[in-house]
Structure formats: structure tokens, C-alpha cells
Design a protein around this ligand. Sequence first.
Ligand SMILES: Cc1cc2nc3c(=O)[nH]c(=O)nc-3n(C[C@H](O)[C@H](O)[C@H](O)COP(=O)(O)OP(=O)(O)OC[C@H]3O[C@@H](n4cnc5c(N)ncnc54)[C@H](O)[C@@H]3O)c2cc1C
Length: 412
Amino acid sequence: MQADVVVLGAGMVGVSVAAHLQQRGKAVVLIDRRPPGEEASFGNGGLVQREAVVPYPFPRAFAELWRIAQNRSVDVHYHPSALPALARPLFLYWRNSAPARHAAIARHYSTLIMTAPREHEELAAAAGATALLRPVGYIRGYEDAAAFAAELARAEGVKRDFGANFVALDGAALADLEPHLRHGFTGALHWTDPYAVSDPHALTLGYARLFERLGGHVARGDAMTLSRNGAGWRVAADGTTIEAADAVVALGIASDRLTRRFGYAPPLFGKRGYHRHFTPTGNAGLTRPVVSNGFLLAPMRAGIRLTTGVEFARPGAPPTPVQLRRAEPIARTLLPLGEAVEPAPWMGIRPCTPDMLPIIGPAPSQPHLWLAFGHAHQGFTLGPTTGRLLAEMMTGDKPFLDPLPFRAERFR
Ligand SMILES: Cc1cc2nc3c(=O)[nH]c(=O)nc-3n(C[C@H](O)[C@H](O)[C@H](O)COP(=O)(O)OP(=O)(O)OC[C@H]3O[C@@H](n4cnc5c(N)ncnc54)[C@H](O)[C@@H]3O)c2cc1C
């Protein structure tokens, strides 16, 4: 089978790249070992985050590092056995989190993030999936008055510098918005621009269907079979060989396994996260996601989704959902929750880079190989933005934003 492009990986990023290329007249085959959207893009918090212009830094205060080192918190958990292999990327991450470097990184990151809601709107409209983008924002609640004051000041800066909108809520205003929330918050921030998606998998599938309606082909195969075919590529899928002029690597956390074969070894590392759904009790519910105490509670089609923060583990290590066990009793004090919906928690892996920026653009020294991975905490948000940016680069159109900060060569 012949194609112009094979896109490897059908998560939110790969599906969006494929749809944008197909919209621009390329004949694209989208290849995954599973049906679209079944890994990290399946079980996330469903937020399309216009306000997340500042990526999560590595903690630098001693008290914070000591708290995490004790390995008893809700927001961060680690397997000690994972630390030796993570030492280098985490050291680079820590170094990039120094205030001046982090501020420069945020300036680059913001250029992507600020476009995300609009890019989702465009793709969702074409896909007939606009109803999945709920314009309700989300809430961050704070129990500690000093922490709330600090976050309020930070939020004012984000509003001033990047135009992200929020409303500061007292107890009465929060009760009006979310009457079932039984909180002890001293204050809360309602970020009003983000979309809350109550079925992230359905949105990824919606974009995959759009791709197919445009004439694209979804195929099942192992991306690791990619090999050179003259100046182009060949890959095995659907029991046949697919040949294409260009290939895109959008394999999420598995991306560097493939790029290493072609001489590119970025220090990609994973931050694992879990979710579990609970039935709400009686008529209790949430209108929008609420973040607090190191976890997120989101109203989803499947129930109230409790998602956790970050876990560091060796690749392939079995799930250890201790953060869910720690978070669940606290979540039950916030909202009357009934039974767990699934017998076992879901786990996904955020693909992270040490400078908190994704890798988008051509692969070093490999003509016709393109990269789109490393979107960390905001890959669901950034899929359509990355899809458009990469498609414009590949088709020779003028990129709608500067791709230079996201170039692969920065990790050579
Ligand atoms: C708990 C949690 C909460 C999150 N909340 C949010 C949020 O609210 N908002 C947000 O923007 N982001 C959120 N994220 C991050 C977001 O989910 C990810 O950044 C995003 O899904 C990454 O998308 P991707 O397409 O790069 O990777 P994936 O969705 O993981 O897709 C990669 C694809 O590659 C395929 N693949 C891998 N290896 C092979 C192979 N050898 N052959 C063929 N196919 C292969 C996989 O099957 C998969 O379909 C969250 C993540 C987690 C874990």
C-alpha cells in the first residue's frame, strides 16, 4: 500500500497530526498497535488548558523536596528502584526549573498553550464533536490561606502576562457554582477559559473519525517495524507493507524507543498517573473538574473520575496505585461518592522532556522523519496545536507559530 505519510501512534497527538495532514491533501495512514486513543489520551483529566502557560517545575525549596522524598504524599510517589535511571533527566529538569530558565521556557510554552482551545474548536467543529468541549473551566481549591494568597498573586501574573481568565471565589461563590462540594477551602480559583471534556477518549475518536471521513486510513501495526525504503519509509500494518515518503513518530512515551534506532536519543521520561471512576451518591455531582490536595475530581460520562498526580517508576513496572488509595478518603470528604465503577484503576504515562517542552519538527539527520511527542501534562490540550504546526512544517506552509523552541536538535 502506498501513502504520502505514515503517522505512527494514534493518541491525541498522532490523530491530530494525521487529521491536519489529510486536511492539507496528503494521503495518510495512521498506525497504532491498538485502536485510537487507548493509552495516555484515554484516561486523562480531560482539561483543554488555556491557563497552563507555565509548565510544572521541579520543586526547588528544601521543605518541598523533603516532603516528596518521604514518599508519603498524594501528589508525588516514586519507586526507589527507578531513581538511578531517572537521575540524569530529573537533574536536567531540576536545573531547567531555576526561576530565570523556567520563565524563558514558559514564554515558549505559552505560545503553544494559548492556541489550544481555538485549535480544538476548529477540529471539533469539523468532527461534529463540539458538544464534547464543555465551556465550564475548572476550579482549584486551597485549604491553606497562605497558599491561596500565593496562588492568587501567581494567577494575577498569568492573567496580566498571558491573558488567561479566572475568578477568585470565596465559600459562598463556590457553593453557588458547585453546591455538592463539601470543602474546607479558604479560597478557590475558577479558571474560566479551559474546556472540560467529559469523555477524552470520545474526543480522540471523534478526531480519528474526521481523519477517516477526509479519506485517511487507520491501520493496526507495530511502529517498531519502521525501516528505510530508499529515501522514504516502509512499515508493516494490517498484514501488509505500507510505503510512504514521510513518517511521523507520535508514540507518546514509546517514541524514543523508535527514534533511538535512527540515531536520536532524547532524554524522554515518564510520569505515570492513575484514575478510577466512582458513582456519585444520590443527586450529588460536579459541574466542572475540581483540583485540590494533589488530585483532580472530574465529572465524566463514566462517573466521577478521580485522577492522581505523578508517579515515577521503571518502564514496564507493574501499577502501584498508592496515590489513589491516599486520595480516595480525602475525595470522599469533598463529595459524597458511592462505589468504584471499575474493578481496577486505569494507569497512563505522561511523556516528559527535561525542559518541559514537547519535541515537534524534523528528526535530526534523518530526512523525511518527523517528531511529535513529549507533551507531558498537556498532551490532550496540545494535540490539535501540534497537529497543525507539524502539518504546516511538512507541507511547506508558513507555520502559525514559531517552531524553533520545540526543535529536536536541542537534545543532541
Ligand atoms: C492521570 C493523567 C491526567 C492527565 N490529564 C490531562 C489533562 O487534563 N489535560 C491534558 O492536556 N493532558 C493531560 N494528561 C496528559 C495527556 O494525557 C498526555 O500528554 C497525552 O495523552 C499524550 O498523547 P500522545 O498522543 O502523545 O500519547 P498517547 O495517547 O499515549 O498515544 C501514543 C500511542 O502510541 C501507540 N504506540 C506505542 N507504541 C507503539 C508501537 N510500538 N506500535 C504502534 N503503536 C504504538 C499507543 O498505543 C498509543 O495509542 C494527563 C495524563 C495523565 C496520565
